[in-house]
Write a protein that binds this ligand. Sequence first.
Ligand SMILES: Cc1cc2nc3c(=O)[nH]c(=O)nc-3n(C[C@H](O)[C@H](O)[C@H](O)COP(=O)(O)OP(=O)(O)OC[C@H]3O[C@@H](n4cnc5c(N)ncnc54)[C@H](O)[C@@H]3O)c2cc1C
Length: 391
Amino acid sequence: MSSPATGVAIIGAGLSGLTLALALHRQNIPCVLYESREASLDIGGAIMLSPNALKILDALGVYKNISPLGHNFEKLYFHSDDDKPVDDFVFGSQEKHGYKALRIYRFELINVLVSMVREAGIPVEYQKKFDHIVSESSTSVTWAFADGSTASAKLLVGADGIHSRVRKHLYPDLTPKFTNMIGVTAAVPRAQLQADPNYPLPVTIMSPKHAKAPSARARPRWMGRAAEQQGLVHRFSARRQRRLPPIVANAVSNIPLKGINLWPFYLVPKLDTWAQGRVVILGDAAHAIPPTAGQGVNQAFEDVYTFAGIVAKVQQQKPSDDEKEDAARIGKALKNWQQGRQARVDRVLDLNDKVNKRRLPDAVKAGVFEPFDLDWLYDVDFDKMIAEWAA
Ligand SMILES: Cc1cc2nc3c(=O)[nH]c(=O)nc-3n(C[C@H](O)[C@H](O)[C@H](O)COP(=O)(O)OP(=O)(O)OC[C@H]3O[C@@H](n4cnc5c(N)ncnc54)[C@H](O)[C@@H]3O)c2cc1C
């Protein structure tokens, strides 16, 4: 059965979808969330938030609820394999950028967002898997769920992650490419590190060696099997036998199997458009940003805040009698939004390249690094951007 066209329908109640719901609610735009799972996807581990995203979360009332739950810090530290300082990277600064960076468990952030969405009275329908677009008119879009039901809205936003189903409407043949690289992360209690209280954290201790990743074909089976994950834990622990800095040896000395997270790296090519008619994609669905500069979800938060701002601005403009003219107006504003957002994502990709180069063994050996300009990333006026794109 089809329900009547609501304001904005959001596919995916992950970090992008939940935050988008709060951003739209703040602009008095009605929205509904549809999530394929029983609960929002929590792939485990922690994420790091930088001032550009924290400014947005502050405006949405989220920051005050999450700041006490995580580790507030200013710099990421990089050490050599014998635990000597090599480089650092400013991830936040109270004094310079208004916010310290925040490292927080993903489940804590999701829990806060879910409870704020609930308090705002925004409907969330779980176990509703988007399947395909059925039709579009000059005023609404209608789609089908995997269970055969349909629904309609004025706008449909795919916030359904890197393997986005909504993106298939815009790019039917696009499939994300597995890079044969997997990040393996695990959380252990800080006490287990037995580190000096002044030891700088968060730290990355860089190994000059690269581990071999399983083949793309083998990956899904390999990732799913508990026995294989157990093997992975043993491999880590075996490294203790070699000469590793004590902090690393301690960290891997006892990894609970349940605490292991596997993060396969996929690539999505740069997309020409994130909006077609009344269907829009954002967050990981629109741009899968490699993890080097830690900007994946930070950029997703920029997408959702500016998207909600653009929709609100267009709605505030005087409506015309002609539906086609109104549709063209939102189409033009969304094009400006996407181009402006893509320009920032491109700069982040460029920053990723620069950071990657600094991590190469020769660069580490030389120990001479060009300073970064991060002001453009952290000190940004989103409301000004929105006003320009909507004008
Ligand atoms: C280990 C790890 C560490 C990371 N650390 C950082 C970090 O420090 N900083 C940073 O900025 N980024 C980080 N990232 C990247 C960040 O996690 C992603 O950018 C972010 O999760 C993207 O959010 P999203 O909501 O767009 O997508 P997702 O988190 O993938 O959420 C998509 C949601 O849509 C739902 N869904 C999917 N398909 C459908 C469908 N057909 N119908 C309905 N619902 C559907 C899913 O169930 C899910 O709930 C990290 C990622 C990983 C894996």
